[in-house]
Design a protein around this ligand. Sequence first.
Ligand code: ADP
Ligand code: MG
Length: 595
Amino acid sequence: MPIQILPDSVASQIAAGEVVERPASVVKELFENSIDAEAKAITIHIQEAGRKLIEITDDGAGINESEIELALSRHATSKLRSAEDLQHIETLGFRGEALASIASVSRFTLASRSESAEMGAQIIVDSGKIQSIEKVGLPAGTIVRVRDLFFNVPARLKFLKTDATERRRINEFVTRYAIAYPDVRIQLFQEQQTVLRTSGSGNRREVLSNLYGVDTAKKMLELQLEEENIRLTGFTSPVALTRSNRKEMTFFVNGRWVQDPALSSALLRAYRTLLMVSRYPLCVIFIDMDPAEVDVNVHPAKAEVRFRQSNTIFSVVQRAVRRALLAYSPVPEISSQKFWQNVPIQRSIDPAWDLSRQGHATEAASDTETSWEFSFDDSQPAPEPHSVSGDIKPPSLIPQGNMPLLRLIGQLGATYLVAEGPDGLYLIDQHAAHERVLFEKFLKQRETIIPSQALLEPVVVQLTPADDQILGDKLDVLNKLGFQVESFGPNTYQVRAIPAFLSGMEPAQAVRSVVEDFEEDETPLQDEIEAKIIARVCKRAAVKAGQTLSKEEQSALIRDLEASQSPRTCPHGRPTMIHLTVGMLEKQFGRTGSL
Ligand code: ADP
Ligand code: MG
């Protein structure tokens, strides 16, 4: 056969294979055109999974009557003028292929009116051949109707999956774009049934529940990071929320949904060691950057991109996600669709930080436990757990409440644990932390029956007469707490059992710890006595300063502390940790601002 240039209609059909693979790709191209036309409302009707009908109506800029035929020609675009423009593409489309391709493999109608025109125009195309162009009346905007997709390319039809699958792909696409464009009012109908409807209010979290359902959506962590001229926003799942596949990891770059294995792996790296094997996070991440820094002209479907500074992007993704994960420790169960907020602690200065009292920063008179409340204020975004403050302040007491997930660095002076948090460095007092952990275990068990552990041999404890008096008064409390202590003659007691969770502790010491320093006590309420005794016992049982801990013990302590309700103070109100924020560190090292 002699060589010849293919007729345009044939060339279009060949090209169409790359652009329009399935109904969802038609929806994608048309939807993107509407976004490029700055539509504020987009309505999509689908019939028979898109095989029979795909119709998209928008209220965007519209097409001039004089250009309507041109719009359907191959390589006809209003979004690109020169090869140079390819270097910084700010629209979703730019190849000028979609309409021509779609029209070549369907029965196609496009009607459009620009705001300024009095009448609109409608063009009807069948298998790429223009049937008619005529004036029509319609509201400003564009309607594209694609009927009988692939009717003239049976090979394509054969490759389509089941209706359910094709429908799902369309829904997935539109839902994700709805999150990316929360300002646009989007409606999607399948067989006249509403599948998705967004208000155009601009609230992404609201739209998020369309994708994941309300329960999951409200658990998603909000991401926000601006670094190196890259802005990252979006949502990612807390570590407790995972899927068995990678499908729920969605990335948008400059408003375009991209499939990029490297972005996914950056995400997974941020979750490393936090997720079980073959569990994957969910995310919808939006990366906005200088269009010149990203090449979107890699593939006709424009789903792949190349970054000029890929390493920078990946580390921004990792940092943003890691930071969010560390900042939001396992999210508390929230019964309403709102975010948590903690109530400010009552005490303004902790005795430990009151310099005038240094040296005897002893236990505060009573515990100031912070109460928790869930806020029901919808307008409130999730609070930034720790703001990066530029001011140098003395290391601050962290507000009571949930603490971030920490990464253990090691032990310092056999007394402190050093850990990395979402926003800087944490120094943890191992003794105070362990006290807190034991205290809460005890309190938790108290709701049921505290298991006690019988001693092989009863132990006899001898006390001073003063202490004898104190202990004698508190025997029933002690026995409720899992001890078995009974009087054994003057100033003497016999210990038969101790609470199981103190099993490592020397029994006599456990009992003694109860009476120590009790003298100054007035007559507190029964509940307070119990709490006090518990706190005292925990203090005794806790690891001491100067005690070397194995790596496992260190990590276990941090994990246990994270799981505590009030991890930031010991039962006596002293801080368990000091937080040196990134902001403080940067300031101290002269990296930001001036000193
Ligand atoms: P591209 O989007 O790559 O430019 P298309 O074939 O998708 O190519 O569209 C061709 C042209 O038709 C666009 O450049 C645009 O000017 C116009 N057009 C397509 N769809 C719309 C729409 N919904 N609203 C306004 N103009 C549109
Ligand atoms: Mg386009």
